[in-house]
Design a binder for this molecule. Structure first.
Ligand SMILES: Cc1cc2nc3c(=O)[nH]c(=O)nc-3n(C[C@H](O)[C@H](O)[C@H](O)COP(=O)(O)O)c2cc1C
Length: 249
């Protein structure tokens, strides 16, 4: 079984990278280290950062490239509070300086893909946009959370959405005032099958060795390296290079 080439999983999120926050953040680091943030400081979010996050969302893949997402940026305090109330009283959401409501243009989806477009692709496309936005926010040093628990009709009223749209998700964004621990994740053996449903590999981490062992070691090394001297960083990069070579064999 072929291994994923290291170069393929290590490309940088260049267009959303901001030097002051994350000089060497790669995509894998963002995917693994990102957490849902539900507590924010009072600091406002720079408009430029909001734009970059939106750009990241709009760069997501979509069925037939329909780009059915429509993004409503909400900064008005009364509206943010009303949306938080309508989101199962998750009042912490109202404290985020920016909420982005990810809506879907349903007419477009129905027209091109019928019921499948309406019931599946519309949600999937918007979900891809949401994940991109969460990763972009994280890479900019901001906190964000995916909100799915809300009374859709109530939020539609606040945002004056037409009936031809659905609100798929809400993303509060702000400067994080917490750094939650990573929640537990199921193991690779539990969630992955080989060749057919239910066929578990006995030694999955052994087969996909790079993810559990070398990948983590390299990421940790890089993280520590960012606060070290040039010499130490060079040393860590050298060790990382050696690990990569071993992986390739
Ligand atoms: C479809 C969806 C809906 C979610 N809805 C909410 C929500 O309403 N409120 C909330 O606090 N978190 C919500 N979350 C965030 C999850 O609770 C969170 O992603 C999960 O606990 C894993 O934590 P992590 O994001 O830090 O990895 C939602 C996530 C998804 C994907």
């Amino acid at each position: 079984m072929g291994r994923t080439p290291f170069s393929a999983i290590c490309f940088s999120v260049k267009f959303i990278k901001r030097e002051s926050f994350c000089p060497s953040m790669d995509l894998f680091e963002a995917m693994i280290e990102r957490r849902s943030i539900r507590k924010f400081t009072d600091e406002p979010v720079a408009w430029g950062d909001v734009v970059r996050i939106i750009e990241a969302g709009m760069s997501a893949p979509s069925s037939g490239n329909l780009q059915n997402w429509r993004l409503i940026i909400v900064t008005d305090e009364a509206k943010r509070k009303a949306i938080a109330e309508a989101s199962a009283q998750q009042y912490w959401m109202g404290k985020a300086p920016v909420l982005i409501a990810v809506c879907s243009d349903m007419d477009k989806m129905r027209k091109f893909y019928g019921i499948r477009g309406e019931r599946l692709y519309a949600i999937q496309n918007c979900a891809a946009a949401v994940e991109n936005m969460l990763l972009a926010a994280y890479s900019l040093g901001l906190g964000a959370c995916w909100i799915g628990a809300f009374d859709e009709n109530a939020v539609q009223r606040v945002l004056e959405n037409p009936d031809s749209t659905r609100i798929e998700a809400i993303v509060p964004i702000g400067h994080p005032d917490e750094s939650p621990d990573s929640p537990s994740r199921y193991s690779i053996e539990t969630l992955c099958f080989f060749e057919k449903w239910g066929n578990r590999m006995k030694d999955m981490p052994g087969v996909l060795w790079d993810f559990d062992v070398a990948g983590k070691a390299i990421r940790k090394g890089r993280k520590a390296g960012s606060s070290l001297s040039h010499h130490s960083r060079h040393l860590i990069e050298k060790i990382a290079g050696k690990i990569k070579k071993i992986k390739k064999k």
